[in-house]
Design a protein. Structure first.
Length: 318
């Protein structure tokens, strides 16, 4: 009798957990976070969503969002329209993120490196503005990365707090598989991607001024982390499987255009000391934004747009 009661209690618990996970799923259509024309880049059987704006005859400028639990092209919301005044701007949602397809893959740095290379190669000598880990993927694409692949020609390069490592090293397979698991993994990710957790990350890591994201953006980040299969790409991120093996300083130094590195002075994850070291080793221009952390382009959009324009002019005359 006791065993039967225990089994019944366990089944009730599993059922309750499944019901909670289902109740937290966002069933609506995730809207585009940027103003522009929506498009689809078909890649390895996946539909990769992107938004583009500006005159198609202007130089191409790819905006590559950072990789985190709630990553999306909406990271560029504060600068997208202004950059589109001078460039043909294209901002994709990486596979597994935003409005792109999210198959339950074991996402890897190699997969994203291939995606960035193929996406950039489909454009016409684009300039690149890339955030965090995506900057390493883009630098590898622009230099060939010693992988035997042809380098993608780029006309300018701006990295925002660029890094090749944003998770544990070496990777932790048990953590990835735990988050990928049904029920428990779903519940764990729901905690990681809850609104209190999103607010904590934004205040502690992302923004110097915690009011900068606003509730509307927090709501969007919550929705993008609660669509079906939202946990699979972040499972690889938090467990270290999206870290790149690229020597980032060497890759930046090998670019055919002078790179610019942008950093927030108050950044604690990827602190400014790392930015200074990276800039020194790669001979990159370092632009430091006061009162900013990991997202200076959101906190100081006007200055950031001007920094991009200056960098791209320097690249065009290099």
């Amino acid at each position: 009798m006791k065993l039967r009661n225990l089994a019944g209690t366990a089944l009730l618990g599993v059922g309750a957990l499944a019901a909670v996970n289902t109740g937290l799923r966002y069933e609506g259509e995730l809207e585009a976070p940027l103003d522009g024309d929506d498009g689809v880049f078909r890649w390895r059987g996946m539909d990769v969503a992107f938004t583009e704006a500006g005159d198609p005859d202007d130089p191409d400028l790819a905006l590559l969002h950072g990789i985190n639990a709630a990553g999306s092209s909406g990271e560029w919301r504060a600068v997208f329209d202004d950059l589109a005044a001078d460039y043909h701007v294209i901002a994709p949602d990486f596979p597994g993120y935003g409005r792109s397809d999210r198959p339950p893959l074991r996402y890897s740095a190699a997969l994203y490196e291939d995606f960035v290379r193929d996406f950039l190669a489909d454009l016409h000598e684009p300039a690149v503005v890339a955030s965090s880990l995506s900057a390493a993927y883009a630098a590898g694409a622009a230099t060939g990365d010693d992988s035997g692949s042809d380098a993608v020609d780029v006309r300018g390069f701006v990295g925002v707090c660029p890094t090749s490592t944003a998770g544990p090293s070496p990777p932790k397979s048990w953590l990835r598989e735990l988050i990928r698991s049904p029920l428990v993994g779903d519940a764990l990710f729901n905690v990681v991607a809850s609104k209190p957790s999103i607010r904590y990350f934004n205040a502690d890591h992302g923004y110097d001024d915690p009011t900068n994201p606003g509730e509307e953006w927090t709501d969007y980040e919550w929705r993008t982390t609660h669509v079906e299969n939202a946990r699979f790409a972040p499972a690889s991120f938090v467990s270290g499987y999206l870290n790149s093996d690229l020597d980032l300083a060497a890759a930046l130094a090998d670019l055919d255009v002078p790179p610019t590195v942008v950093w927030g002075r108050e950044a604690e994850v990827s602190p400014l000391s790392e930015g200074r070291e990276l800039a020194d080793e790669s001979d990159a221009r370092l632009v430091v934004f006061d009162r900013a952390r990991l997202l200076p382009h959101v906190e100081h959009p006007d200055r950031f747009v001007e920094t991009v324009r200056e960098s791209l002019v320097a690249g065009a005359t290099a």
